[in-house]
Write a protein that binds this ligand. Sequence first.
Ligand SMILES: Cc1cc2nc3c(=O)[nH]c(=O)nc-3n(C[C@H](O)[C@H](O)[C@H](O)COP(=O)(O)OP(=O)(O)OC[C@H]3O[C@@H](n4cnc5c(N)ncnc54)[C@H](O)[C@@H]3O)c2cc1C
Length: 395
Amino acid sequence: MKKIVVLGGSFGGLTAAFELKRLLGKEADVTVVSDDDRFVFLPSLPWLIMGWRKPEDITLKVSDILKPRGIEFIHEAAKQVDPEKSKVITATKELPYDYLVISTGPFLSFDEIPGLGPDKGHTDCTFTLDHATGTAQKWKRILAEPGPIVIGSSQMVSCFGPSYELVFEMDAELRRRKMRHEAPILYLTSEPYLGHMGVGGLGRSRRLFEDEFAERDIKSLVNQAIEEVTPGEIKLKDGTTIPYKLAMIAPPFKGVPAVMPLGNPRGFIPVDKNYRHTKYKNIFAVGVTMAIAPPEPTPVPVGVPKTGFMTVKMAKTAAATIHADIKNITPPAAAEIDVVCLMDMGNTAAFMKASPVLPPRQTSVTKKGIWAKWMKVGFEKYFLWKMKNGMSNLP
Ligand SMILES: Cc1cc2nc3c(=O)[nH]c(=O)nc-3n(C[C@H](O)[C@H](O)[C@H](O)COP(=O)(O)OP(=O)(O)OC[C@H]3O[C@@H](n4cnc5c(N)ncnc54)[C@H](O)[C@@H]3O)c2cc1C
């Protein structure tokens, strides 16, 4: 029986574990190691901040969903991977593996910018359930005592969608309450232009976002790197200072410390088209933790987003490749990775699709309509149901 260890219990880790067990059954002993026993449907965190979702609406207990499928769960952080001896080291265990799948997501590197972040700094964040819960409290305070709002992304970020969603959602909610004039909104970003999103834009995303920002009186500053944050003020590298009452700034992304040595200088893991490590052939990396080179140089460095949609596809390819290795059959043909994204805009939403994800592309679309919002709500329910029931074979 082959021993397969999966690091991470989220989009990539759970999908890989379910797929490996489905494909290999009793031929594989699959163990998921995660420092969090919760699966959080991260795309709904902006709604949680807005007060439109509660944590229990978007959270599943990982141990509860893995056990019925015969997958072991270890609720611990991996401290280190020893690729030469093929073992994972946690605080209390050494776990040998025949194959390792890494899907440990981003390390949120707040410390790279003095004063950034909710724990040691002065800004809020959207990227984890705990951070979003704290930000929801700050948002309530803004509604009680309005003031300038700054939302956006620092240098080296590779996830822009949630910041755009929050800009549009806060704008819509403030208008609904007839108090938009009391809370100026600034979108501050490392992207070279609005709608770039780390992928050189999708279809008419630049024009759409520029028009929406103009119509909604949302100011923007692009091509910006942050020097430091102090209480009530953001200082940019070019010397500009920006006042804020609520600042929600995405931090630089890195790989998590346990897998840093397997990756490039920022800890993102180099893989081939089947998500196999370029050096260690029994290690696979999917989702945010794997490395994708940016499509073009930008004045301020930005990373390529690896969305939930992309991560699930990567995890399926990695699992099918491991299955093929074990069965000694031809691995699946390496497919170009594409992306579909549903972005909430408060009172409407956008559907975005790019195939492949980086230019030049066969398809590149951004369309706006309330129908995209209903698709997003439906997708949230569907994906949580799919994960709860381990139905990873479904699209
Ligand atoms: C606010 C927000 C909104 C988003 N909106 C969308 C959207 O609308 N559409 C979309 O497609 N995508 C969206 N995304 C992106 C999507 O959530 C990510 O692509 C997806 O979560 C990536 O999955 P992952 O498994 O690579 O990493 P993650 O989801 O980050 O999971 C990493 C896992 O690894 C675990 N872990 C970390 N370190 C260790 C360690 N040392 N040992 C063991 N376990 C560890 C963590 O606890 C976690 O379980 C959004 C993301 C955020 C944050």
